[in-house]
Design a protein around this ligand. Structure first.
Ligand SMILES: *[C@@H]1O[C@H](CO)[C@@H](O)[C@H](O)[C@H]1NC(C)=O
Ligand SMILES: *[C@@H]1O[C@H](CO)[C@@H](O)[C@H](O)[C@H]1NC(C)=O
Ligand SMILES: *[C@@H]1O[C@H](CO)[C@@H](O)[C@H](O)[C@H]1NC(C)=O
Ligand SMILES: *[C@@H]1O[C@H](CO)[C@@H](O)[C@H](O)[C@H]1NC(C)=O
Ligand SMILES: *[C@@H]1O[C@H](CO)[C@@H](O)[C@H](O)[C@H]1NC(C)=O
Ligand SMILES: *[C@@H]1O[C@H](CO)[C@@H](O)[C@H](O)[C@H]1NC(C)=O
Ligand SMILES: *[C@@H]1O[C@H](CO)[C@@H](O)[C@H](O)[C@H]1NC(C)=O
Ligand SMILES: *[C@@H]1O[C@H](CO)[C@@H](O)[C@H](O)[C@H]1NC(C)=O
Ligand SMILES: *[C@@H]1O[C@H](CO)[C@@H](O)[C@H](O)[C@H]1NC(C)=O
Ligand SMILES: *[C@@H]1O[C@H](CO)[C@@H](O)[C@H](O)[C@H]1NC(C)=O
Ligand SMILES: *[C@@H]1O[C@H](CO)[C@@H](O)[C@H](O)[C@H]1NC(C)=O
Ligand SMILES: *[C@@H]1O[C@H](CO)[C@@H](O)[C@H](O)[C@H]1NC(C)=O
Length: 718
């Protein structure tokens, strides 16, 4: 029998009631004790249920809780048995919001984190009782300006319509009666037009305005200065232009100001930014601000976070920063700063946790005072002109988890490793493109690095062999040794690194065969439980090349890159054991023999590059098993016979096969004649479909192994 609660959905007082609903309503109303909620309110709530297309068991729950709707899940009444609150966040509700406007005493309505759709009913926004309205994280659509302007004053204080599908502009009419509005969160919709400021004239206590992730344009309205109580102003990720208006700096109560990722410009020096003495978070990242960091910042004693990455700021960092003693986070990456860091006395910033100065033009040695910031968890100085040896002081940073010094001119790698090895919390160490032409330290005394999970020594032209101390880094997940001049074989201990899933040793002078140890690497071989995901690893997210951003280690492909070395011998058939591998590069070596049939077992492969070797024989037809393969290259070998043409192979062109005169196929100059029409491929599968699953392909050639990294600003959104 159909469970009773399904009948609620058909409940509609203008239609004959289904029998079950009638009996339920009768049941509920007959049994109503005197002190129970009113009939009218119960009806409204039931009608709200009826408007839902999916109630995830709410009807059942209410039914079980009896006839007094004041006792229903999510419903709260006052002493007079009037419903004053309906709070059903994350309740799996679908369908549209109806009838709640009939609850004449409703003050708090929270329907956040459901899948509600349709429009926001007018009577809720213009309600004469609702104080807090939170419908964030749904799929509610429509224009706000279509709402009726109520002339009478409304009690609404908090309106959270964020993360929905609202469109249109804010107009004066929208705010007419909202004298009591304190907080508006309209982030993450598709609002257009200008930042609204009308309510500043209407609502004297207006304090919180969040408008991030919309399509707002135009300049920042000076009218915002009339919001004299404004504490939070966030309008990041819009299309705003122009400069910061002087009036903005009248907002002396402002604690949080975010305009990141817009098209704003101008210089900060000479503005009255120092008036904002209550500022805790300032985020102007990803705009076109230029000029110096103003000395007047010295006034901002409460400042904790300064984000101004991706601008065109220049000059030295002012000593004034030392006076902002509450700073926890300084993010000035990708600007045009220069000079030494010595003006800032970091000793005065004992709370500093993140210092990100990547991609500037800083020079000199790392300021010694940085080493007194004991709470520092992430330090990124990559792509600057720092030089010298690392200081012992670095070892004092016991909380340090992420350190990137990539792309400077640091020297003495052996010393650097001795200093860093005791940093017990270090999970990510990116120090490539330094230590040019030094010898890879291979010292028994290098140990420690207990928690190191990501290590990059990319592009240092280091001499020597792959050192034994790496075998002691038992938590290592990603290892970049590419772009050095390492010689000797791949050591057998490589398979003892239980969590290593990303190994790039390309562009060295390594020799010997491909050892079977490599085919025994646990993470590449089996569907072993994934390596532990440690949120500290990318304390600040990193990215490769210019567009791929990574915030978690497991976003990287499972990869083995041995390209551009002097490896010889055959490709061992055991390579077929690496079932998890997604990217395999053996190009530019001296490998000979056949392409092993077993490679067709590597069904997770996205990329396979065997080009520029001495491989012979036919391309195994079974490779068309590799449904996810998006990059394939066997060019410049000595392969022969027909090229597979089904499955993903229907998408590969001449460039994948060129330089093999004995290969034939439809995409090659050399067409197969009937004698060459080798055996029919054994597997016919649905063609091609899987390619689109992967919106990101992991190019083997990304930035030639240069590990760049940077914060994703959106991290600070919200
Ligand atoms: C709620 O109010 C609307 C009009 O405002 C009315 O049509 C509807 O019947 C009412 N519902 C209940 C359950 O009273
Ligand atoms: C609504 O409920 C969610 C989830 O419990 C909560 O995070 C949010 O703060 C509530 N909204 C209001 C305005 O209290
Ligand atoms: C909606 O915004 C209000 C006011 O800022 C806030 O109190 C509430 O927690 C937000 N709701 C959610 C689900 O975050
Ligand atoms: C924006 O809204 C969508 C849909 O609710 C949600 O998945 C996404 O996380 C939101 N983005 C932000 C930055 O809050
Ligand atoms: C607001 O700022 C403007 C420009 O800086 C200034 O002329 C005006 O007097 C300020 N208004 C108030 C109320 O402080
Ligand atoms: C950055 O500002 C300098 C002047 O300080 C100017 O010469 C340069 O063109 C600007 N660069 C960009 C990318 O806007
Ligand atoms: C950086 O600033 C210098 C002057 O200090 C200027 O010549 C140069 O163009 C700027 N670079 C960029 C990329 O804006
Ligand atoms: C930096 O500040 C500390 C603590 O306030 C002080 O002891 C030290 O002398 C200062 N160092 C420099 C170089 O000014
Ligand atoms: C970086 O600074 C050096 C001086 O320290 C200067 O010669 C060089 O032009 C600067 N580079 C850029 C890109 O501004
Ligand atoms: C090291 O990391 C652990 C785990 O995140 C943390 O509990 C501990 O406090 C950190 N140690 C220091 C000295 O910060
Ligand atoms: C190989 O590494 C050297 C440094 O050892 C570097 O100069 C070169 O650009 C790299 N080549 C490729 C193709 O990555
Ligand atoms: C405002 O909305 C955005 C997007 O839904 C959310 O990330 C943010 O936490 C909200 N702010 C508050 C104070 O609830």
């Amino acid at each position: 029998m159909q469970p009773l609660h399904f009948s609620y959905k058909k409940y509609n007082i203008s239609l004959p009631l289904p029998v079950l609903a009638v009996s339920l309503v009768l049941l509920l109303s007959l049994a109503t004790p005197i002190s129970s909620c009113t009939e009218q309110e119960k009806k409204s709530l039931l009608q709200f249920l009826a408007g839902l297309s999916q109630d995830s068991g709410l009807a059942k729950s209410w039914q079980e809780e009896g006839t007094d709707c004041c006792k229903w899940e999510g419903v709260t009444c006052n002493g007079n048995k009037t419903v004053i609150e309906v709070s059903l966040p994350s309740r799996g509700l679908e369908g549209s919001i109806t009838s709640l406007g009939n609850l004449t005493g409703l003050q708090h309505l929270n329907l956040s984190y459901n899948s509600l759709s349709g429009n926001l009913p007018q009577e809720l926004v213009s309600s004469s009782s609702i104080i807090v309205l939170d419908i964030s994280f749904n799929q509610i659509s429509g224009d706000l300006h279509e709402l009726p302007s109520s002339t009478s004053s409304q009690p609404l204080k908090v309106l959270n319509i964020s993360s929905n599908l609202f469109t249109g502009q804010f107009t004066i009419a929208t705010w007419k009666g909202m004298e009591n509005l304190v907080a508006l969160n309209a982030s993450n919709n598709s609002f257009t037009g200008q930042i609204p400021s009308h309510f500043c004239n209407i609502s004297p206590n207006f304090a919180i305005l969040e408008l991030c992730y919309n399509k707002l344009s135009g300049s920042i309205p000076p009218g915002l200065s009339n919001c004299s109580k404004l504490k939070v102003l966030k309008a990041g990720h819009n299309h705003l232009s122009g400069t910061l208006p002087d009036e903005l700096f009248n907002g002396t109560l402002l604690e949080h100001l975010t305009f990141s990722s817009n098209g704003l410009h101008g210089i900060l020096e000479g503005t009255h930014i120092a008036n904002l003495t209550n500022l805790v978070i300032l985020d102007l990242g990803e705009n076109n601000f230029r000029g110096k960091v103003p000395e007047s910042l010295v006034q901002l004693k409460k400042l904790q976070e300064l984000h101004s990455g991706y601008n065109n700021l220049s000059g030295e960092l002012p000593s004034a920063l030392s006076n902002c003693t509450n700073l926890t986070n300084i993010d000035l990456k990708n600007n045009n700063f220069s000079g030494e860091l010595t003006k800032v006395n970091f000793s005065n910033l004992p709370n500093l946790q993140i210092l990100d100065l990547m991609e500037n033009n800083f020079s000199g040695k790392i300021a010694e005072t940085i080493y007194s910031c004991h709470k520092l968890t992430a330090l990124r100085l990559s792509s600057n002109n720092f030089h010298g040896q690392l200081s012992e002081g670095l070892g004092n940073l016991k909380s340090l988890s992420f350190l990137s010094l990539t792309g400077n001119s640091f020297t003495n790698l052996a010393n650097a490793l001795q200093i860093l090895k005791s940093s017990k919390n270090l999970t990510t160490l990116l120090i490539g493109l330094n230590f040019m032409n030094e010898t890879m330290p291979d010292d028994e005394r290098i140990d420690g690095f207990e928690n190191l999970q990501v290590l990059s020594l990319t592009g240092c032209s280091l001499l020597g062999e792959i050192p034994y101390w790496l075998s002691k880094l038992t938590n290592l997940q990603m290892l970049y040794l590419d772009g050095n001049q390492l010689t000797g074989p791949i050591p057998d201990w490589i398979s003892s690194l239980n969590f290593l899933f990303y190994l790039d040793i390309s562009n060295n002078s390594l020799t010997g065969g491909i050892p079977t140890a490599l085919t025994e690497m646990p993470m590449l071989k089996s569907e072993k439980t994934a390596a532990p995901l440690d949120p500290r690893v990318f304390e600040v997210p990193i990215y490769l090349g210019t567009s791929l951003q990574y915030r978690k280690v497991n976003a990287f492909p499972i990869l083995l890159d041995l390209g551009n070395n002097n490896f010889t011998g055959v490709i061992p058939p055991e390579i077929g054991l690496l079932k998890e591998i997604q990217s395999l590069n053996l190009n530019f070596n001296k490998l000979y023999g056949d392409i092993p049939q077993s490679i067709s077992n590597l069904t997770n492969l996205l990329e396979l590059d065997l080009s520029n070797n001495y491989l012979t024989g036919a391309i195994p037809g079974a490779l068309n098993n590799l449904h996810f393969l998006t990059e394939f290259n066997v060019s410049f070998n000595d392969l022969e016979g027909p090229v597979p043409t089904t499955g993903q192979f229907s998408t590969f062109t001449n460039s994948s096969f060129g330089g093999n005169p004995k290969l034939c196929g439809p995409m090659l100059i050399h067409q197969c004649n009937s004698a060459e029409q080798g055996p029919v491929p054994t597997v016919y599968e649905n063609q091609g479909g899987s390619k689109s699953i992967f919106t990101i392909t992991f190019s083997l050639f990304f930035g030639l192994g240069v590990l760049y990294d940077q914060i994703v600003l959106s991290r600070y959104f919200g």
